[in-house]
Design a protein around this ligand. Structure first.
Ligand SMILES: *Cc1c(COP(=O)(O)O)cnc(C)c1O
Length: 418
């Protein structure tokens, strides 16, 4: 069993992930819980590695997609680097056994304390997103007697044709430095004593299903690198970001090798090392959210399956109107009925799926598929709901990698009045 699609499968009429029945996981750990397949994580990483075989290339897993320590540990053991966007993510990477020297620090709002921590740890590169950040980083590095390795994150103004909330490389987005300002800012960076120019970074958006936008961005980045070289600024790496999409429903994302082909073709004969920051494509289809139906509610216009997971556990449907396939764990031989699958949270936006044909009864388990990326990491405690447990399956073993929160923990940091 190697691919993500195969890691979740039916055996004897009941849904399994690798060699473990989801019914057993629900019995042992309760619901709702996130369940991940180690084989699927490993196989997704291998597709990236293989697509980059023979190249001087590195993979920096984008931690924000799924930052559980055990998941980071899996990728660290596979030799992955990391892309972080906060001091918190840096701390996670270090605790999980990741190497700072293979970690890049992205994000538009790095604080002084975060810069300091990343300099102390020795991160590979700061992907700087503004002139003001460049000044700040120069002075923080100077105060610590260090030189900060930098790339400028440029904004190639390429339309990734994805959801507007996850498109990041357009001129109107808050990310990166406008292409036409980049040359002057590199020249300025060269004059700053405590910075060391290493590369260029760009990341144009997420859930990309077509290689054309990243190929176009690559062409622009290469043009910029050549202009910088003409000015005497030699770069050691080009970071082309993340963004490769996955299949949630009927999307047909290219395989990694196909996605990278038009990028790699342009890199023939160049000396810069290349770097990618995949998030979703490494973890998205390696995880699911397991939930139990509390009630079936049949109405005049709609039927509802009220489940014990909610928008606080998986916010993508509420936030982006995202589609996740929903599978009964043990389908029943009864007629299907059309349900909105909804949670207990007091918001009309609290749904996990609309109009799903399901043959189910109250008490049945449902698997919300493709939930490994931007699931647990975007969860909250809204409605004072303890966050779900997380389980990592490896062959026939299921290990709890995060226990369910208790209600007491949710208000442990608060006080009543004296
Ligand atoms: C979110 C993000 C990524 C990962 O994006 P995916 O679409 O999950 O691959 C990579 N780089 C940066 C800078 C990001 O913000």
């Amino acid at each position: 069993m190697s691919s993500a699609e195969q890691s979740v499968h039916f055996r004897d009429g009941s849904l399994h992930i690798e060699g473990v029945a989801l019914e057993d996981i629900a019995r042992r750990f309760g619901t709702p819980c996130y369940v991940y397949s180690r084989a699927a994580l490993t196989s997704a990483y291998a597709s990236w590695r293989e697509a980059l075989a023979g190249r001087r290339a590195s993979i920096c897993y984008a931690v924000k997609a799924n930052s559980n320590l055990a998941i980071l540990d899996v990728f660290a053991r596979l030799g992955s680097g990391f892309d972080i966007v906060s001091g918190g993510e840096l701390a996670r990477v270090l605790v999980a056994g990741g190497q700072a020297s293979r970690t890049v620090f992205s994000g538009v709002g790095k604080s002084t304390a975060e810069m300091r921590a990343a300099l102390e740890a020795g991160v590979h590169c700061f992907n700087v997103e503004s002139a003001a950040e460049l000044e700040r980083l120069n002075s923080v590095a100077g105060a610590h007697g260090k030189r900060a390795p930098i790339a400028l994150r440029v904004n190639p103004d390429v339309d990734p044709k994805t959801h507007p909330y996850i498109s990041t490389g357009l001129r109107k987005n808050k990310f990166g430095i406008a292409f036409e300002d980049a040359i002057a800012l590199y020249a300025h960076a060269r004059a700053l004593a405590n910075l060391e120019i290493r590369g260029i970074a760009c990341h144009i958006g997420s859930q990309l299903l077509d290689p054309a936008p990243i190929a176009e961005a690559t062409a622009k980045v290469l043009g910029l690198a050549d202009r910088l070289a003409a000015d005497g600024i030699e770069l050691t790496h080009l970071d082309l970001g993340g963004g490769l999409g996955i299949r949630y429903r009927d999307e047909a994302p290219p395989p990694v090798a196909g996605y990278l082909a038009p990028v790699l073709a342009q890199l023939e004969g160049r000396r810069e090392e290349i770097r990618f920051e995949p998030g979703r494509s490494l973890v998205g289809n390696a995880g699911l959210l397991l939930t139990r139906i509390e009630y079936l509610k049949h109405g005049a216009e709609k039927n509802f399956a009220v489940v014990d997971a909610a928008m606080n556990d998986l916010t993508r449907p509420a936030l982006y109107d995202a589609f996740h396939e929903i599978q009964p764990v043990a389908p029943r031989p009864v007629a299907t009925c059309r349900y909105d699958v909804v949670g207990p949270v007091c918001e009309s936006g609290d749904f996990l799926g609309h109009d799903r044909e399901l043959a189910v009864e109250a008490g049945d388990l449902l698997a919300i598929l493709s939930a490994g990326a931007y699931g647990m990491t975007m969860s909250s405690n809204y409605n004072t709901r303890p966050r779900a447990a997380e389980i990592l399956v490896d062959g026939s073993q299921a290990r709890q990698i995060r226990r369910r929160e208790t209600v007491e923990e949710l208000f442990a940091l608060e006080t009543t009045l004296p």
